[in-house]
Design a protein around this ligand. Structure first.
Ligand code: 5AD
Ligand code: SF4
Length: 466
């Protein structure tokens, strides 16, 4: 699921017109919440006259928005910082400034340690204080080495600027909107409760207003984000306590907004109103990312997932009963401490029973500070690698089978951007697969009827109908 995105925007600087605008290069690692945060940080800096660039060498400020979920993700950051140190030196020799900042979950988890290991870093900022980034950057530019990893008491979202129309347009017709942050579940393998703090839901009015602004900027599809998005709750304008199903149905009333998605969900928080939304809301796409991690009750217990494999299967049966067209996606971990061959076979059996359209699977990675790191019976890398290969072969064959089953179907396709071939656009199917179709660039943002004619390894091909 790793994606690295250099975020750019075309908005001109608003600072001193005589001085050339300062430039920021943001590199994003990890999950979609980081993609969302990177945009908000760029927006906050543009108030101070910063423009975004995708040319690293041009940047006065380089910000890495990092991921700590597995060891590999965290280590990537340090190798990138090594390269940046050399670039910073080269620029300094020419008398040019380059401030280096680290944001995201590595920043929160490692704080001062980053300054020690990477002396070129000027600024470390944790996810709850992004609204204070412009001020922290000013301090860093004046020579201070800033580490800001306290948990902010104020609501950062109240202080971060909402995306303006021009920036939203430049970013495309689909958008992320974080509605919930943090996690109180404490799965024993996971760093999130420590890096992102406890669960916080954004208030209804704030979310609705941000969604309306996105739609004014041309957005047709919004994906609501949260580490535990289906634990979102808030008081509705009717005075009632709302769950995610209620929020989705309120957002569905926004004219011009055609599609809604949400991710990532925990099986314990799929409540009746959310399941009902999959029956009643045409705008809610028939796709659900519902990580299970393991199919063994023993391992699920050791992971503190607080449900059994049978409960997960029963939940899926309930959701499929209201929305038979649902595509399911999941996350899996192989080689959690103590996992036997039999436990692993339980995971294979669960996957067989569910039939996933899409999935992400990982070798267990020991994360310092989590309860899993203290457990005996850690599994060898070799065993993890063999299990992962076997699981991925099964998941991949299910993904192929699902894609093949789409051939011949007529679907609504939201055209998102130009494709690789001239004259082609790419959009997403309701089930989140990329779909290529011959269409004009002026049609980006349209939802058109197409027939799927072919399934490739990573995308579908379609022809327009009507
Ligand atoms: N090791 C391996 N995978 C992990 N994940 C979370 N923590 C770890 C870890 N320590 C996976 C889970 C989660 C996804 C975002 O990353 O499957 O759902
Ligand atoms: Fe991590 Fe579990 Fe929370 Fe997901 S639910 S963020 S896996 S602790």
């Amino acid at each position: 699921m790793t994606q690295e995105t250099a975020l750019l925007s075309t908005t001109p600087a608003m600072g001193d017109e005589r001085a050339p605008a300062r430039k920021v290069f943001v590199k994003t690692y990890g999950c979609q919440m980081n993609v969302y945060d990177s945009d908000r940080m760029s927006d906050a800096l543009s108030r101070d006259g910063y423009v975004s660039t995708d040319v690293l060498e041009d940047a006065d400020f380089v910000l890495l928005n990092t991921c700590h979920i597995r060891e590999k993700a965290a280590e990537k950051v340090y190798s990138e910082l090594g390269r940046l140190r050399d670039l910073k030196k080269a620029k300094a020799a020419e008398g040019r400034e380059m401030v280096i900042g680290v944001a995201g979950c590595v920043a929160q988890a490692e704080g001062n340690e980053i300054l020690r290991r990477a002396p070129a870093v000027d600024l470390v900022i944790g996810p709850t204080t992004y609204h204070r980034l412009p001020e922290a950057l000013k301090r860093a530019r004046s020579g201070e080495r800033v580490v800001q990893t306290d948990y902010a008491v104020e609501d950062k979202f109240e202080h971060l600027p909402a995306p303006d129309k021009a920036k939203t347009r430049a970013r495309g017709v689909t958008a992320f909107l974080t509605v919930q942050e943090g996690c109180d579940k404490f799965c024993t393998f996971c760093v999130v409760p420590y890096t992102r703090g406890s669960e916080v839901s954004r208030p209804v009015a704030q979310i609705v207003s941000e969604a309306e602004k996105l739609v004014e900027g041309g957005v047709r599809e919004i994906t609501l984000l949260g580490q535990n998005v289906n634990a979102w709750h808030g008081v509705g304008p009717d005075g009632r306590e709302w769950g995610l199903g209620d929020l989705l149905s309120r957002l569905g009333e926004i004219e011009g907004l055609a599609r809604l998605r949400y991710t990532t969900s925990h099986p314990r928080d799929m409540d009746d109103s959310l399941i009902e939304a999959h029956r009643s809301m045409a705008k809610l796409m028939p796709y659900l990312h519902l990580p299970v991690q393991s199919g063994s009750d023993r391992i699920l217990k050791a992971m503190n997932r607080r449900h059994t494999a049978a409960e997960y299967l029963a939940l899926i049966a309930r959701i499929r009963a209201v929305q038979p067209d649902l595509a399911l996606s999941g996350d899996f971990i192989v080689g959690f401490p103590g996992e036997t061959d039999e436990d692993f076979e339980d995971t294979m059996r669960l996957v067989e029973a569910v039939g996933y359209a899409q999935a992400f699977s990982f070798k267990y990675s020991t994360r310092p500070g989590t309860p899993g790191a203290e457990l005996g019976d850690q599994i060898s890398e070799d065993v993890k690698a063999k299990r992962l290969e076997k699981l991925q072969a099964l998941l991949f064959s299910q993904q192929r089978a699902f894609a093949e089953s789409c051939v011949g179907r007529e679907i609504d396709l939201l055209l998102e951007k130009e494709g690789r071939m001239p004259g082609q656009l790419v959009g997403r199917s309701p089930w989140l697969q990329p779909v290529n179709v011959d269409a004009k660039a002026s049609q980006i943002g349209d939802i058109i009827k197409v027939r799927i004619i072919k399934a490739g390894p990573n995308s579908l091909f379609a022809e327009m109908i009507g």
